[in-house]
Write a protein that binds this ligand. Structure first.
Ligand code: PEP
Length: 241
């Protein structure tokens, strides 16, 4: 199965930077499914720049509501309207800084699926939770609201899980191979083996191959390194191994 490589630009970048990075990677023939999730204002520009590329454009969040009087929100229908193919929901930065609950994140995923966009549902434990032996319990709780979606017919072709231990994001300290393999296996046990599980947390060109060849790792979600064309294409190439 082709690996998924997803870049998450977070609240970084500019029109100039996205042109610089995308112009260097858009014509490469990667042996992986590659997407970049950019801030809302850049979605149309990126979609146009990638129109002849295999790389897909995605968003980093979506409203849990349908179109209407929700000032400042962006609906799933709008994302689709400007050419997005996917969106991340429940990134730990959104849970931490914007108080998003597991139920709200699951509603966001439901809105994406309703309009036919692919969802990347993020889960991950804090270091305190891991140290207290509660990592699996935390992940299980984050996955729990998805069972209602599965009962309503959602399938593994519509969304995947990104396992991103909070302590590994942006710290330069990726989880160990064993930690990743154990948690990916746990997630697949909770949801079913057909569900793709991506790993995220300090993935770079230098460690991508080791992470991508671990059992149960179907791809990676890449933050900081996706802003650097050389690093990002190195990760995408590692997925072809
Ligand atoms: C992320 O933002 O999802 C992420 C994994 O960040 P980084 O790769 O910078 O750790």
């Amino acid at each position: 199965m082709r690996k998924h490589i997803v870049g998450n630009w977070k609240m970084n970048g500019s029109v100039a930077l996205l042109r610089e990075v995308l112009d260097q990677v858009r014509d490469e023939a990667f042996a992986a499914d590659v997407s970049v999730c950019v801030p809302f204002p850049y979605l149309s520009e990126v979609q146009q720049r990638l129109s002849s590329s295999q790389i897909k454009v995605g968003a980093q969040d979506v409203s849990e509501y349908d179109d209407g009087a929700y000032t400042g929100e962006v609906s799933a229908r709008m994302l689709k309207d400007v050419g997005s193919r996917l969106a991340i929901v429940g990134h730990s930065e959104r849970r931490r800084y914007f108080g998003e609950s597991d139920a709200a994140v699951a509603s966001k995923l439901a809105r994406l699926l309703e309009v036919g966009l692919y969802g990347i549902y993020c889960v991950g434990e804090t270091l305190a939770e891991r140290d207290a032996g509660r990592a699996e319990a935390r992940i299980e709780a984050q996955l729990a609201p998805l069972h209602a979606l599965l009962a309503r017919g959602a399938t593994a072709s519509q969304f995947c899980i990104a396992y991103e231990p909070v302590w590994a994001i942006g710290t330069g300290r990726a989880a160990s191979g064993e930690q990743v393999a154990v948690m990916h296996e746990f997630i697949k046990r909770c949801l079913g083996p057909a569900f793709a599980v991506l790993y995220g947390g300090s993935v770079k060109a230098g460690n991508a191959s080791a992470l991508l060849t671990l059992p149960g790792v179907d791809g990676v979600l890449v933050g900081g390194a996706s802003l650097d064309a050389k690093e990002f294409s190195g990760i995408c190439r590692a997925a072809g191994c």
